[in-house]
Each structure stands twice: as structure tokens, then as C-alpha cells.
Write a protein that binds this ligand. Structure first.
Ligand SMILES: [Zn+2]
Length: 384
């Protein structure tokens, strides 16, 4: 997972969390204070308040009786259908453009490119924690398989937080839940500098009975090549060396899994496992069309794309510095199109090559991709 700078950019063009009153308002409503009375005091536009109230109402559907007919009409005009308050107004979707400027066109969790359609992801789910439903700090980018259905979805729920983490003691307001989710559990790309180190991608293959990891040095042997993927079954095949001693490549079903690591601190592997489970980063959703979730297919393919680029770079470097520069620039474009930043960093890190000026490929990759058109705002202190 690529760690990112949390507050850089974006915030200035996303209006809602400037109004700290709104955050308090959510909780006030949730606990039953008169809505109109509060909003008369709030120093925020009425349109914003109404939008917020719709979000509140989704959580707590008995608060809107205090609205005037005019206000109700204003809400209705914002709704996309006529089926009332249970429909969503999605004010948070105004975060779409600044989020993409800030984070690039990649899922914040699985790192797959999201080129056309993506979810504005509520880290603490909006249905459970409405105080945070429009706050910039609670927003990331997600692909649909990470966010929907059996994956992250509405998790972690309030009841889960209370029963599993807090010994059945409810927090007094939503910040208590939020702090558990954001500060004490999971690995988050915008909060945890160790996001990359805590979840390392590794190449494995299926030996007929189960998945086996390939030794790291062997996994980046550039004589290995991608063969084919079968999307309907979500299978990827490649020509690989299955062990360090293998004399020739074999055609095997392969996979790149994320392993939860302890190297970044004694609790990091626990938090990483929580994150992997939350978004199902190492598995596929059950009960859906098998074509739906292609995250692991593309992550695995990208490993071999990176190997091919590494092979090209080495050959170009053996020829001339000019040829290397061309190959390097082309590689940057390939990488930013393919996504899966962690895979690229891992392959270059294990390769340990240095460029004609003696700089490690991996260091140069991290530096050269940290721009608006590639992988913007990477937090590089713990990468690799
Ligand atoms: Zn994703």
C-alpha cells in the first residue's frame, strides 16, 4: 500500500470540513437536539446544513419533522429520485476531483488504477459514523471491490468496535469510534508512513495443492515471463523458476499476495492483517460474478510487467546512457498506467540495480514517480 501525504492539496477545494460546526451538528442530531434551533446558530450556509441533515437522516430518520415546507422542498430538489429521505444526496462527491488530484487515479487500498469510475471512500463508513461523512480527513479513493459488498462496506460497525475492541464500553461520541478505527487499528495509507512496509507483495505459485511463495531472489529473475490470464476464473499463468535451484522455467499458475510484516513495529503485522481482511486484499469476493474482482489478477500481471521493464532497463543500460534514459522514461509511463505502486517498488528494491549515475533504481523510481501525472504525494520516508 502506497503511503500518501495526508493533507496536501485538495482540502482547500473541498468546502465541508472547514465548518467544524457541522461535525458537532451531526452528533447533536444523532442525540436528538432540535434541528432547526441548532441550524439557526450554525455559521454555515443553509444549503450545506440541509445537505448534512440528509446524511443524518439516513442514519437517524426521525429528525426532519422540524423543517419548514420550504426547507423540505430544498432537500427534495437535491435528491436524485422522489423516494424521499432515504435516498442519498452525496455532498461528499464534491471531493472526487480534489481527491484524485491529491492521490492519483488509484485505489487507496489495493492500488489498482481507477480510471473512470471510483468511490469516494469513507474510511469510517458514513452510515455508521455520520459525523465524519463529509469531512476531508475521512475521505480516500476506493475501487468497488475494496469498498462494496462483502469487502469494506459498512465495516467496522459500531457494534463491532464496541464488542471487539472496547470491552463493551461505548464511546461518548463518534470521535471515540473514529480514533479506534484510524489510530489504533488497521494500516491506513494517509496515516501510516509504514503502509508499504507493513504489507509487502510477494510472488507465489500453485503447486497443485496450495500456494507456495517463491524465494525473493528468484521471484525477480527477469527470465521469467507472464504467459496468460483467464479473467473469468481470475487465474494468471507465467513461466517461472519455482525454486532457487530450478534449471529452467515452468508454466505455473502464479499469484502476488500481500504479506503482513512485523518489520515495521511489533503491532504492524496485526494492523496489516486487519486491513488485508477488511478490504479482502488477498482474496476474492464470494457470491459475485467471478469477473467482478480482478484486483489480484492485475496485481500479479503487474509483477511481470515490472520484471519486463527491469529486463529492458538492464539491457538499455548495458548499451548506452542515452538508451537507458529513454527506457527509464518509458518505464515511468508504464508503471503509472499499470498502477500497483508497491509491486514496482518491491521488484526494483529486490533487484538492487543502480543507474549510470550510481543511484538505486528503487530510489530513483520513488523520486521520479512522485508527481501529479504519476503517483502524486507519495509519503516517501518509509518507502521502500
Ligand atoms: Zn481497491
Amino acid at each position: 500500500m502506497r503511503p500518501v501525504v495526508p493533507d496536501k492539496g485538495g482540502k482547500d477545494t473541498y468546502p465541508y470540513d472547514r465548518n467544524s460546526d457541522l461535525k458537532k451538528t451531526f452528533w447533536t442530531f444523532k442525540t436528538g437536539t432540535n434541528a432547526r434551533k441548532y441550524f439557526k446558530k450554525a455559521a454555515v450556509p443553509i444549503a450545506d446544513c440541509l445537505a448534512v441533515m440528509v446524511e443524518i437522516a439516513k442514519y437517524n430518520q426521525n429528525q426532519l419533522g422540524v423543517l419548514t415546507a420550504t426547507e423540505q422542498a430544498e432537500i427534495d430538489a437535491k435528491l436524485t429520485c422522489a423516494d424521499g429521505i432515504t435516498n442519498k444526496i452525496d455532498v461528499y462527491r464534491q471531493a472526487t476531483a480534489p481527491l484524485m488530484d491529491n492521490l492519483g487515479s488509484f485505489c487507496s487500498f489495493c492500488e489498482i488504477p481507477v480510471l473512470s469510475d471510483f468511490d469516494v471512500e469513507h474510511v469510517a463508513p458514513k452510515s455508521q459514523y455520520p459525523s465524519y461523512s463529509i469531512l476531508w480527513e475521512n475521505l480516500l479513493i476506493s475501487c468497488k471491490p475494496c469498498n462494496q459488498g462483502g469487502a469494506k462496506g459498512e465495516n467496522p460497525t459500531r457494534s463491532f468496535v464496541v464488542s471487539d475492541w472496547l470491552n463493551d464500553v461505548e464511546p461518548t461520541d463518534e470521535s471515540g469510534y473514529y480514533d479506534e478505527i484510524r489510530k489504533r487499528h488497521y494500516i491506513w495509507p494517509d496515516r501510516d508512513q509504514i503502509a508499504y512496509r507493513a504489507m509487502i507483495p510477494r510472488l507465489g505459485f500453485h503447486d497443485g495443492t496450495g500456494w507456495q511463495l517463491i524465494p525473493e531472489a528468484t521471484s525477480i529473475d527477469t527470465r521469467q515471463t507472464y504467459y496468460v490470464s483467464i479473467m473469468s476464473k481470475r487465474e494468471v499463468y507465467a513461466n517461472i523458476f519455482v525454486s532457487a535451484k530450478a534449471k529452467k522455467t515452468e508454466r505455473k499458475r502464479v499469484i502476488v499476495i500481500l504479506t503482513a510484516e512485523d518489520t515495521a513495529g511489533f503491532t504492524s503485522s496485526v494492523a496489516a492483517t486487519e486491513m488485508i481482511d477488511l478490504c479482502r486484499l488477498n482474496t476474492w469476493r464470494t457470491g459475485d460474478s467471478p469477473k467482478f474482482d480482478r484486483r489480484m489478477v492485475f496485481r500479479t500481471k503487474t509483477w511481470f510487467t515490472a520484471l519486463g521493464q527491469l529486463r529492458t532497463l538492464r539491457n538499455a543500460q548495458a548499451n548506452s546512457p542515452a538508451e537507458f534514459d529513454d527506457a527509464w522514461t518509458a518505464m515511468l509511463d508504464v508503471a503509472s498506467t499499470a498502477g500497483f505502486y508497491s509491486v514496482w517498488v518491491r521488484v526494483f528494491d529486490l533487484g538492487a540495480d543502480t543507474d549510470p549515475n550510481g543511484k538505486l533504481y528503487v530510489a530513483r523510481f520513488v523520486e521520479d514517480t512522485d508527481d501529479a501525472g504519476r503517483f502524486p504525494n507519495t509519503r516517501t520516508s518509509k518507502v521502500p
